[in-house]
Design a protein around this ligand. Structure first.
Ligand SMILES: *[C@@H]1O[C@H](CO)[C@@H](O)[C@H](O)[C@H]1NC(C)=O
Ligand SMILES: *[C@@H]1O[C@H](CO)[C@@H](O)[C@H](O)[C@H]1NC(C)=O
Ligand SMILES: *[C@@H]1O[C@H](CO)[C@@H](O)[C@H](O)[C@H]1NC(C)=O
Ligand SMILES: *[C@@H]1O[C@H](CO)[C@@H](O)[C@H](O)[C@H]1NC(C)=O
Length: 476
């Protein structure tokens, strides 16, 4: 009886759970990530609308620049998606792209692109991956585009030969009228790698695989077939969308332990790539397929990005490219012509956490709702990231207390990522904040005064409170 009254009181006070205590290891523990890349968070822009993002959406450059200002490196950019496999290169086209659509919210079923498309990609300050067409089986055409990209784009990191070929069908020209199997795709990818790289006299150029999910085609299967063609590969690439409009469930999307289960199937894909001496990337990813379901524009999706990035880089992926689709018809997009998207706040906070870091380690077991990560630079802990993934949508907001020990300074500072609810959306007035600041609609400019929290360390310990659906980045 007394016990249940005590529990009720705890719930009334909004205290959900007992304190969690973590010792911050003074050097990277055994389950730390490998060396992190300078900018693990990237952006994927849908092929046909890449020029419009760069030329007609004012927020694009500032949103990318904000991330660059944190890390010193422009976020890597991938240009591709479904419409790369509908596109034909036209060396005489003066515009960057040409297509017609019935409604401005449609993606074209066919399009052409010209040399200025490639010069625009070449003008980006960071590395690019360019997605070329394989589905239409016009290798000479893709080779001419690849040649121009290789000669003109000093920032070219890799070229893709086809997007999500696991969805190719026997009716697609590449299939030659027969059923499109895993074996057929592996053989086709390898032939194309040989011929494209042969014509360009290049090695280490192709972002290979580019599979949605891990079945029926997989990086494990492709690498087993590659043989010496592995020399042409720069990186092996997976696409991951945890949910679809029909399965949309925000609590599951953002849940710390459910993220661990959702990504677990990629562990063997990452191992397959790294055992061939090539990095793995998530070359296209976002919360839900087909432009994103109703959960995609929410703050919970921002929290998903934060924790998903940490867990996948620990698993060994090199970079993640979050997809931005049709302008004006894209629930998961980070920004648009008019409003910001809440998910951008998660991307920015994740970039803050990893900026300048060499390694990150999980302090918890990924089996509860409460995450803690230690972040290392030159072998010493420099930050701790805390994330309370309890799903908060109304009523009393619970919180989790974290006690960190093994701290060497006398006080530490912290920056908080929060919003009214997990379901908050910027376009409905539910602006998230990072250290009290927001990003301006339409321009992506950071606005407001930054508020840093200071906590005293006593006996090498400090206590932090993180509310349900909130994260805290502690600077040691
Ligand atoms: C652009 O595409 C349309 C069809 O969508 C075509 O009629 C037109 O000739 C193309 N323009 C150029 C310059 O290729
Ligand atoms: C160049 O590409 C063509 C296909 O357009 C192919 O037949 C030829 O073998 C390739 N050349 C080399 C050296 O790989
Ligand atoms: C990482 O290792 C620590 C011990 O150093 C352990 O407590 C923690 O559960 C591990 N986490 C994962 C996800 O492996
Ligand atoms: C962005 O615009 C929406 C209206 O579309 C508004 O509710 C929200 O408060 C604005 N956000 C900021 C940070 O100004």
């Amino acid at each position: 009886m007394a016990h249940s009254i005590f529990i009720s009181l705890l719930l009334m006070w909004g205290v959900a759970a007992a304190d969690l205590t973590f010792t911050v290891p003074s050097s990277p523990p055994a389950n730390s990530s490998g060396q992190l890349s300078a900018a693990p968070l990237g952006v994927s822009l849908e092929f046909f609308t890449f020029p419009a993002y760069m030329n007609n959406v004012a927020a694009t450059t500032t949103c990318l620049q904000n991330l660059k200002d944190l890390t010193g490196t422009w976020p890597p950019l991938r240009i591709g998606g479904t419409t790369q496999d509908r596109a034909t290169y036209d060396p005489t086209l003066t515009q960057a792209v040409n297509y017609t659509v019935t409604s401005s919210t449609d993606a074209p079923t066919t399009l052409t692109y010209g040399p200025s498309f490639i010069s625009l990609a070449a003008s980006y300050g960071g590395e690019i991956i360019l997605g070329l067409n394989r589905r239409l089986n016009n290798i000479a055409n893709s080779i001419s585009a690849a040649k121009l990209a290789k000669s003109d784009a000093a920032n070219l990191y890799a070229i893709e030969l086809g997007n999500e070929p696991n969805f190719f069908a026997s009716s697609d020209p590449i299939a030659g009228g027969v059923s499109w199997t895993a074996a057929a795709d592996y053989a086709s990818e390898i032939t194309w790698q040989d011929e494209v790289c042969g014509n360009l006299s290049a090695t280490d150029l192709i972002s290979a695989g580019v599979y949605f999910g891990t079945s029926p085609m997989s990086i494990a299967g492709l690498t087993a077939a590659e043989g010496t063609a592995n020399n042409y590969v720069k990186t092996y690439c997976s696409h991951n969308y945890p949910q679809s409009a029909s399965t949309a469930n925000l609590a599951t999307l953002m849940g710390h332990s459910s993220i661990a289960s959702q990504i677990s199937g990629y562990s063997s894909e990452i191992t397959a790539a790294t055992s061939e001496g090539k990095p793995h990337i998530f070359g296209e990813t976002n919360s839900a397929t087909q432009g994103g379901g109703g959960i995609s524009p929410t703050f919970g999706a921002a929290l998903w990005i934060l924790d998903y990035v940490m867990q996948t880089v620990i698993m060994g992926t090199k970079a993640l490219y979050f997809h931005q689709g049709t302008i004006g018809n894209c629930q998961y997009c980070w920004w648009g012509r008019y409003d910001m998207g809440a998910p951008y706040y998660g991307a920015y906070f994740a970039t803050m956490a990893l900026a300048g870091a060499d390694q990150i380690a999980p302090l918890d077991s990924h089996t509860t709702a409460y995450a803690a990560y230690a972040i290392y630079k030159s072998g010493a802990p420099v930050k701790v990231l805390l994330y309370n993934s309890d799903y908060y949508t109304s009523g009393t907001r619970s919180s989790q207390t974290y006690v960190l020990s093994g701290l060497s300074s006398s006080s530490v500072t912290a920056k908080r990522l929060t919003a009214p609810y997990a379901t908050s959306r910027v376009d409905q007035g539910g602006n998230p904040t990072i250290a009290g600041q927001t990003f301006a609609n339409g321009t992506c400019t950071i606005q407001g005064t930054a508020t840093t929290e200071t906590t005293t360390v006593s006996g090498a310990k400090a206590t932090f409170t993180v509310k349900a659906s909130e994260a805290l980045l502690v600077y040691l």
